[in-house]
Design a protein around this ligand. Structure first.
Ligand SMILES: NC(=O)c1ccc[n+]([C@@H]2O[C@H](COP(=O)([O-])OP(=O)(O)OC[C@H]3O[C@@H](n4cnc5c(N)ncnc54)[C@H](OP(=O)(O)O)[C@@H]3O)[C@@H](O)[C@H]2O)c1
Length: 321
């Protein structure tokens, strides 16, 4: 059975595409991009009935929100826009740390509304939990934004089960966004169950292993000089070679099924239940269509068991960051 075209966003009543669109790579991290092509892709996604778009203030930094907001402006009511605050950047693309202080939350939200050109952000995430600010204080400030009508629903990213519970006690959390894929399976240990129990949608980011699980990346030399993956542990020397073996398993199984490795990786994520959605990133209409095609792919119990064994938690060489 194929996956329906919408899954609920927490208990908000909003309905989102189970396979959304991660827009980060349109502005930074994975090499060169083309704004006109990205805008065309966003329109293509809307035409295809896809409604869930993911951005963050720190992508670019700041330019990704302008790009995404601009592309969606004339069709605002067709889109659920998710953005994030909390990672401080500077004008030279440097990273200045994490900030979850209430005054920072308020200032970031106003700035994101302005850049996106919208009256309300549908889903507003804390991008990383600030170790120096109690999560209750941050979420308290986020809850005020809901009250003020600036934000519809709240989310967290990369929070622990305990942090999710603490935050949820202050104000309902609608989404938890965390890395989850065939090569990052840690959320299966506890986080997925926590989300299910609390009625929170789990949004799997980097579902294609930052492109690696698609089989399209064969050498670290394929990356541009400023590509984030050049410095990511999983893409280095020996790790890279070891991880290619994992991808070989995914490729072989996909070929047997007559689907692409990307479709297999995404279908596997969706098989975890209605509370799981994902946001693969791409700048290509062809790949967008391919990725959306994963909704038509179903995995048998036998296939799921095979993947479970072939790619267990911890099988991937190298840390996520
Ligand atoms: N919350 C967080 O901390 C966090 C962290 C990272 C990402 N994210 C969000 O999650 C989204 C997705 O994650 P991601 O972009 O890091 O990784 P991803 O979705 O796992 O992979 C994206 C990469 O895969 C390539 N790709 C996509 N579809 C493909 C296909 N069918 N065949 C071959 N290659 C394909 C893309 O290249 P092309 O663009 O050239 O197609 C891109 O390089 C981001 O856009 C961002 O919105 C959130």
């Amino acid at each position: 059975m194929s996956t329906p075209s919408r899954r609920p966003l927490g208990t908000t009543g909003m309905q989102i595409a189970p396979i959304g669109l991660g827009c980060m790579g349109m502005s930074e991290f994975y090499g060169k991009s083309d704004d006109a092509q990205s805008v065309a892709l966003i329109h293509h996604a809307l035409d295809a009935g896809m409604n869930f778009f993911d951005t963050a203030d720190m992508y670019g930094p700041w330019t990704n929100e302008v790009l995404v907001g601009g592309a969606l402006r004339a069709r605002r009511d067709e889109a659920v826009i998710a953005t994030k605050f909390g990672v401080m950047r500077d004008d030279n693309k440097g990273f200045l740390g994490i900030n979850g202080k209430p005054e920072y939350v308020r200032a970031c939200c106003d700035a994101s509304l302005e850049r996106l050109g919208v009256d309300t952000i549908d889903l507003y995430y804390q991008h990383r939990v600030d170790p120096n600010t109690p999560i209750e204080e941050t979420v308290g400030a986020m809850a005020e934004l809901v009250k003020a009508g600036k934000v519809r629903a709240l989310g967290l990213s990369e929070a622990t089960p305990e942090q999710v519970r603490r935050a949820h006690a202050v104000h309902p959390i609608s989404a938890l966004q965390t890395e989850f894929s065939l090569w990052s399976r840690e959320p299966e240990l506890e986080l997925l169950d926590t989300c299910k129990e609390l009625g929170i949608t789990f949004v799997a980011y980097s579902p294609l292993g930052r492109g690696f699980l698609t089989g399209a990346i064969q050498s670290p030399e394929d990356f541009a000089a400023d590509d984030f993956r050049r410095h990511n542990p999983r893409f280095q020397g020996e790790n890279f070679q070891k991880n290619l073996d994992l991808v070989a398993t995914v490729r072989a199984m996909a070929a047997d099924k007559g689907v692409t490795p990307a479709q297999l990786a995404l279908a596997w994520l969706l098989s975890h239940g209605e509370h799981v959605v994902t946001i693969p990133g791409t700048r290509s209409q062809k790949r967008f269509d391919e990725n959306q095609g994963a909704r038509q792919v179903t995995l048998t119990a036998q296939e799921l068991a095979f993947l479970d064994e072939a790619l267990p938690v911890g099988a991937t060489a190298g840390a996520r960051y």
